[in-house]
Design a protein around this ligand. Structure first.
Ligand SMILES: Nc1nc2c(c(=O)[nH]1)N[C@H]1C(S)=C(S)[C@@H](COP(=O)(O)OP(=O)(O)OC[C@H]3O[C@@H](n4cnc5c(=O)[nH]c(N)nc54)[C@H](O)[C@@H]3O)O[C@H]1N2
Ligand SMILES: Nc1nc2c(c(=O)[nH]1)N[C@H]1C(S)=C(S)[C@@H](COP(=O)(O)OP(=O)(O)OC[C@H]3O[C@@H](n4cnc5c(=O)[nH]c(N)nc54)[C@H](O)[C@@H]3O)O[C@H]1N2
Ligand SMILES: [Mo]
Length: 672
């Protein structure tokens, strides 16, 4: 081996993936015998406050996806049913010509972007929407993940602020509610452990037992979709015992009287009946929240993925206002920390160009939007894999295959969406393009320079849309902004949280903490609502899930994230597939397995009102009777029937925010 072939260097880069942790990664680059530098190893930056030197069980395997043999490296075009290599010139010219035709014939509302947070980078993730805003194309309502929670939080509190992770060790009662944080927010764990060393007790509120339940001191295995009842029951008990903070309620909130009146029917007994928990379990949690503060509640999006999920999150997130925990360091609730990133977003993605008359498409309703009568003629997919992750995926896939639809996919991986493209355009990864990253779990901005050469002919999303913009003669300046121009625009604000955060510092330091006050207690004296107070009204009343279980559909299916996957991002990495058991499995309680006549280790068919999938059966008491769980949005290619789990899920929207309802599905289970 020559010296060059074995030379390595380490760089620090922000993880781009859709996860609250937004880690600072230590990435080892190795120069191969061919003289080309490649990513060879990923760990965490020991110097970053929340990354603390470790990368999660998924991202340590990023090099395997970065260097994957199937990674698309050249533009491809569908010819006679097959994807064949073409030049960038040809691909871009043809896409632009087709688009001109569609715009002339049918106008911009026949053009739809479909994107999500495959990269959380503000440039490659969000600013690229400028192209579609310049065209006046459909606005995509980005609802697949967080919109029910965002809307719920905003009704109560305004912008989303959370408890700084470093304050968590001050908490004495911790409730992980509707979140499997050991898998999905794993950099919270060291802070939880520290809190526990300081005497904290940890609860997990979740319908099934997973890593987080095993870590917690107490697992409350409630029935899915009943969180509002539990929150109201806890609030009633806290007040009945005099553990509420009358002073805080009076000074900082509005509507508590109405809220309390609505909570009155939720006695411990009634709450127990509705949630499937016991009276002592509920009473003990109420006592811990009321007497053993500060209480920190980490809410996840899990409880929001039901028809009544927005209300649930609203009810739960208001509990710290009942106990006055917002006044105490380590007390309060975190859904997301994103509100603290008070960037100037007015021209991000040319948002200022969106007209009130623009056609909107809710991304959870992609299956409908791709039906011929909906009039979408061009679909651009980037930063997401909808053939796998969107609800009602069988109809999504058949819509994508429509011969009269031009589907352009920008991808880093040969996903099932990419395989359906008419034009597949190879995208760069976070190590190959520059970008700026916020976080929804901590309080630092991250900047990455373009560090590795793009392999083959891979290009950043922003390059592709600028090239298309030129071909269409678009003169929107934002579409052509450099990274520096974008950073300057985003930081053009005098918000105190961004004081001292400059492009120069971001470039020099890579990770720059926001300028938060030493004691960050964002709702200690009120909230960012129009009234300036924490709002208990409109009262979050408990409404049971409409899609009740029936003899035909006797089981509730929950499809939460898997420990070794990041949504669909690592679905093609063999090692991670193996770590999850090589194929998706359905967890079934012994009682339900017996009733359905299915065997542990055998196959079963799950059927819903939308479709059917075949899965291997795992009989376990980790799930409660009446609930089945399939972890992970596996690629259909890893499943015995080639189907995504979303062949079963519906486009049903949440009560608030038009959100997704992935955990709402009712199913039956049959052998075979
Ligand atoms: N049944 C069920 N379905 C679900 C969920 C569930 O819990 N259950 N979860 C839902 C949730 S919360 C979410 S957020 C969605 C997430 O679903 P997705 O958005 O599909 O998931 P990701 O894995 O974040 O990213 C998808 C793709 O983005 C690509 N990508 C990353 N960076 C770039 C880039 O710079 N350029 C381009 N062009 N592409 C890039 C990756 O290669 C990857 O294939 O899934 C939803 N679907
Ligand atoms: N390892 C890993 N980490 C990830 C991801 C991943 O795919 N894998 N995805 C990332 C993304 S995009 C997101 S949005 C987050 C999501 O991360 P989370 O917020 O943790 O995930 P959720 O799907 O919201 O589900 C969390 C838990 O809610 C539970 N749940 C379901 N229904 C109910 C209910 O009615 N009440 C209550 N109390 N709990 C319920 C589920 O059983 C599950 O254990 O994770 C991010 N991090
Ligand atoms: Mo998500």
């Amino acid at each position: 081996m020559t010296a060059a072939s074995s030379s390595t260097r380490d760089v620090l880069l922000t993880c781009p993936l859709d996860c609250p942790d937004a880690c600072r990664l230590k990435v080892t680059l190795a120069t191969g015998a061919d003289g080309v530098e490649r990513m060879s190893k990923v760990t965490g930056d020991p110097g970053h406050e929340t990354t603390r030197g470790f990368a999660c069980a998924k991202t340590v395997h990023y090099p395997a996806r970065q260097n994957h043999p199937d990674r698309p490296l050249y533009p491809m075009k569908r010819v006679d049913g097959e994807l064949v290599r073409v030049s960038w010139e040809q691909a871009l010219d043809e896409i632009a010509d087709n688009l001109k035709g569609i715009l002339d014939r049918s106008g911009p509302s026949a053009v739809l972007r479909y994107n999500y947070a495959g990269t959380m980078g503000l440039r490659e993730g969000t600013h690229v929407h400028s192209f579609f805003r310049a065209l006046g194309a459909c606005e995509l309502d980005e609802t697949i993940c967080a919109s029910a929670g965002t809307e719920a939080w905003s009704l109560g509190y305004g912008p989303r602020y959370g408890v700084d992770m470093a304050d968590v060790p001050h908490a004495r009662t911790i409730v992980l509610w509707g979140i499997n944080s050991l898998s999905t927010n794993s950099h919270l764990t060291p802070w939880l452990t520290e809190a526990r060393r300081n005497g904290a007790k940890i609860w997990h509120v979740d319908p099934y037992r997973n890593r987080t339940s095993r870590f917690a001191d107490t697992h409350l295995r409630l029935k899915p979709g009943t969180d509002t009842a539990l929150a109201l029951g806890l609030a009633r008990e806290i007040v009945a015992q005099g553990w509420h903070d009358a002073e805080y309620l009076d000074a900082a909130t509005e509507g508590f009287g109405e809220f309390l009146a609505a909570a009155q029917p939720y006695t411990l007994e009634r709450t127990a009946e509705l949630t499937g928990l016991s009276v002592p379990e509920i009473a003990e949690l109420a006592r811990a929240m009321g007497e053993r503060g500060p209480t920190f509640i980490r809410v996840g999006y899990g409880m929001t993925r039901h028809e009544n999920g927005g209300t649930a999150l609203r009810a739960v997130s208001l509990l710290p206002a009942v106990t006055g925990d917002w006044k105490r360091r380590g007390g309060g609730c975190t859904l997301s920390t994103s509100g603290a990133f008070a960037l100037n977003r007015s021209h991000l993605g040319a948002a200022h160009l969106v007209k009130p008359s623009a056609r909107h498409v809710n991304m959870n309703e992609l299956a409908d939007a791709l039906q011929p009568e909906a009039g979408i003629e061009a679909l651009f997919v980037y930063n997401t894999n909808p053939a796998v992750v969107a609800p009602d995926s069988t109809r999504v896939r058949s819509g994508m295959a429509r011969p009269d639809l031009m589907m352009v996919v920008l991808e880093q991986a040969m996903t099932e969406t990419a395989r359906l493209a008419d034009y597949l355009l190879p995208a760069t990864t976070f190590a190959e393009h520059a970008d700026l990253y916020t976080s929804y779990g901590h309080h630092s901005l991250g900047y990455n320079p373009a560090t590795l050469p793009a392999p083959g002919e891979a290009r950043p999303n922003s390059w592709v849309f600028a090239e298309l913009g030129r071909r269409l003669g678009l003169d929107t300046p934002e579409l052509y902004w450099s990274m520096d121009e974008l950073m300057a625009a985003l930081l053009d604000t005098d918000h105190p949280y961004l004081a001292g955060v400059t492009p120069e510092r971001l470039k020099a330091e890579g990770s720059v903490p926001l300028n938060l006050p030493d004691e960050f207690l964002p709702y200690a004296h009120g909230a960012g609502t129009p009234s300036g107070r924490v709002m208990f009204t409109p009262v979050p009343g408990y409404v049971p899930v409409q899609a009740q279980l029936t003899p035909e559909y006797p089981l509730r299916l929950i499809t939460p994230p898997a420990h070794h996957f990041m949504n669909s991002t690592y679905g093609n990495v063999e090692y991670l597939n193996r770590a999850e058991g090589n194929e998706p499995q359905v967890m079934v309680h012994p009682q339900d397995a017996g009733a359905a006549g299915v065997q542990h280790g055998g196959y079963a068919t799950l059927g819903s009102e939308q479709g059917r999938v075949r899965r291997r059966v795992h009989v376990t008491e980790d799930v409660q009777p009446g609930v089945v769980v399939v972890e992970g949005t596996w690629w259909g290619l890893s499943a015995p029937d080639g189907q995504s789990i979303n062949a079963l899920t519906a486009q049903t929207l949440t009560d608030l925010g038009g959100g997704s309802t992935f955990h709402n599905t009712r199913v039956h289970l049959r052998p075979g």
